[in-house]
Design a binder for this molecule. Structure first.
Ligand SMILES: [Zn+2]
Length: 281
């Protein structure tokens, strides 16, 4: 299990050089193995693209994983432009880039599945046709502001249909919807290549996990991952808004400390396996 820091433009106040200096200074457990950067191409900002390109170069130089997260792609043109940019980044990074994508949200579940299916198909085809070294990993979502979005069960059909499509299991999106994190369905085990971790407060997600129940859930979750011998990434998706500190540097420092806390949870549970799959936790 490799811990990755999930960030977006809110972290861009820390320059790429400072970003890695802070990790080197505060990651005393060597917990952080990479970064996953969120970017919406529909909100294209040139400075952001430059920042992300610099981060890809730095990840190559420092031997960190470099992944992308595109929460929202609005059209086929948008998808292609995004993949073209990801391909440019791949040249800087020098290795395959995993891109986490969201499903498209429509009025009904079947409409959402149909449109998402089309969008995934176009992405995979474009990657194949252009011989890009990119993977697509679709993420389960939660109900937001009363709107039902696709959960992991809604995505099973899609995951089965597209051989090359991977799955990012966002446990925060299940916890906030009160979905018991029971057992991994078979197709999910085969497809899962990334995990998103975050908690919630008063219905808002992307908080760092708190104490007590949160930690107990995470311990069981790690034991469940041990049971399937999970070797992929665990991306922390804590919003900069919910980390302590006035400036981005201080928030990043806290984020790094939280990554070390998570590493400790992994280590404490290293040889433990959670067998009681039927029981939600
Ligand atoms: Zn997520």
């Amino acid at each position: 299990m490799k811990i990755v820091l999930g960030i977006n433009y809110k972290a861009f106040g820390v320059s790429p050089i400072d970003f890695f200096s802070l990790i080197e200074e505060y990651d005393y457990l060597n917990a952080i193995k990479g970064i996953e950067i969120g970017l919406n191409l529909s909100e294209y900002v040139e400075e952001d693209m430059d920042y992300i390109t610099e981060m890809a170069k730095k990840c190559r130089e420092k031997n960190y994983l470099f992944h992308l997260h595109s929460p929202c792609l609005a059209s086929v043109e948008n998808i292609k432009a995004y993949l073209d940019f990801a391909n440019e980044l791949e040249k800087e990074y020098g290795k395959q880039i995993n891109i986490v994508v969201h499903s498209i949200n429509q009025r009904t579940v079947s409409e959402s599945v149909r449109l998402t299916d089309n969008y995934v198909e176009q992405m995979l085809k474009y990657i194949k046709d252009n011989n890009y070294n990119l993977t697509i990993s679709i993420e389960n979502l939660n109900t937001m502001e009363g709107k039902k979005r696709l959960t992991k069960d809604d995505l099973l059909e899609l995951l089965n249909r597209h051989e090359d499509l991977k799955f990012t299991y966002d446990i925060g999106h299940e916890i906030v919807d009160n979905i018991p994190l029971a057992k991994f369905p078979e197709p999910v085990i085969k497809k899962i290549n990334n995990i998103h971790v975050h908690s919630h407060q008063e219905g808002k997600d992307h908080y760092p996990p708190g104490d007590g129940d949160d930690i107990e859930s995470l311990q069981q979750f790690i034991q469940k991952l041990n049971a399937i011998n999970y070797q992929g990434t665990i991306t922390l998706e804590y919003s900069f808004d919910f980390l302590e500190g006035v400036i981005a540097h201080n928030r990043l420092k806290e984020y790094i400390e939280k990554a070390c806390e998570f590493q400790r949870i992994i280590e404490i549970n290293k040889n433990k396996i959670y067998f009681y799959d039927e029981e939600p936790y």
